[in-house]
Design a protein around this ligand. Structure first.
Ligand SMILES: [Zn+2]
Length: 327
């Protein structure tokens, strides 16, 4: 994919294109940013351009196609084997990089989740950085730069990728055929990651958003068993519970907006539900619900069991405590 088709990251793309034009590509880069923001795509695009011999890969020649399919004999992609990138993997990479390139002018490698190099692997890799074999182009990707040895960091040109803006993600989703309302909600929940937005849209949780919000808001005849079943279904792990909480927060923020007389809300497809909630609850009660949601989020970050966190939150949002105290 040529640079012209990369989503967002305009400054980084401009910087890399200038470097390509001036033939001043660094031998090692560290791309640092949030999960799924498109770092790997930019890495592949840079390699396409370098191999293709232009300041923007054409995206159509056999070399570009092999790079984008990660099947080019001169491109080596390394990712953790289990929890870590191990020394054997680095040694294997070093052997590959020592060969002359087969088709391109130089060899290239992408190391995904570079912070997962264990100490032995990191020290071995340091040697590659100090004495790069041939003219190899090394690109490290990480979401946690603080987990990388300072000696490695200092030998790479570091580029920080910002989370993608909500509008950019929403537009992309719409271009791939997603309705505007859904695109905006998924973009708002995705934390700057187009990948997460896409995963979310295809998830069960997203599909049942409407029903779930009604149930938790006690609009539907809900009993504690049904609520707990829902909690179990959607909070099998921390990620699931995280999305659930983010979804509830986004909705209740919208309710707060409606209550304050503003209709410019994110959940555009749920305006009637948000209006009903705004009529039913006082401003204070809505703020209280947002506070419950914040507390659940904090509990999740402290590694409280995701299912338990969701169950407690559902009860609080459903006014369960209040009702049972009247019994
Ligand atoms: Zn090409």
């Amino acid at each position: 994919m040529p640079f012209s088709r990369v989503i967002g990251h305009e400054n980084i793309v401009a910087l890399l294109k200038r470097a390509l034009k001036a033939d001043r590509i660094a031998h090692a880069y560290l791309f640092h940013g949030t999960e799924g923001c498109g770092m790997k795509q930019v890495a592949l695009t840079l390699i396409e351009a370098v191999f293709c011999g232009s300041d923007d890969g054409c995206g159509t020649c056999s070399s570009c196609r092999k790079v984008s399919g990660q099947q080019h004999p001169d491109l080596h992609v390394l990712e953790p084997d289990g929890a870590f990138i191990k020394i054997d993997q680095i040694r294997g990479l070093q052997r590959e990089l020592a060969y002359r390139p087969f088709e391109a002018q130089k060899k290239a490698c992408i190391i995904e989740r570079a912070e997962r190099m264990n100490p032995a692997a990191a020290n071995a890799f340091l040697k590659t950085l100090e004495e790069p074999p041939g003219d190899a182009l090394l690109i490290l990707l990480t979401t946690h730069a603080e987990g990388i040895l300072p000696t490695i960091l200092s030998r790479c040109q570091q580029l920080r990728f910002a989370p993608l803006p909500l509008d950019t993600i929403a537009t992309q989703l719409q271009e791939s055929g997603i309705a505007e309302e859904q695109a905006r909600v998924a973009a708002a929940l995705a934390g700057g990651s187009i990948e997460q937005a896409r995963n979310l849209i295809s998830s069960d949780l997203f599909a049942s958003r409407h029903t779930l919000l009604e149930q938790v808001a006690s609009l539907k005849e809900s009993n504690i068993t049904a609520l707990f079943a829902t909690a179990e279904q959607y909070s099998a792990d921390k990620d699931g519970a995280g999305y659930l909480i983010a979804m509830l927060r986004l909705f209740w923020r919208d309710v707060l907006l409606v209550k304050s007389g503003c209709l410019a809300i994110t959940n555009l497809d749920l305006v009637p539900l948000a209006q009903k909630m705004a009529e039913r609850y006082t401003m204070k009660q809505i703020m209280e619900k947002l506070e419950f949601i914040n507390r659940a989020d904090q509990a999740l970050n402290r590694n409280v069991n995701p299912r338990l966190t969701a169950e407690v939150l559902f009860m609080e949002l459903n006014d369960y405590r209040r009702r049972s105290s009247h019994m």
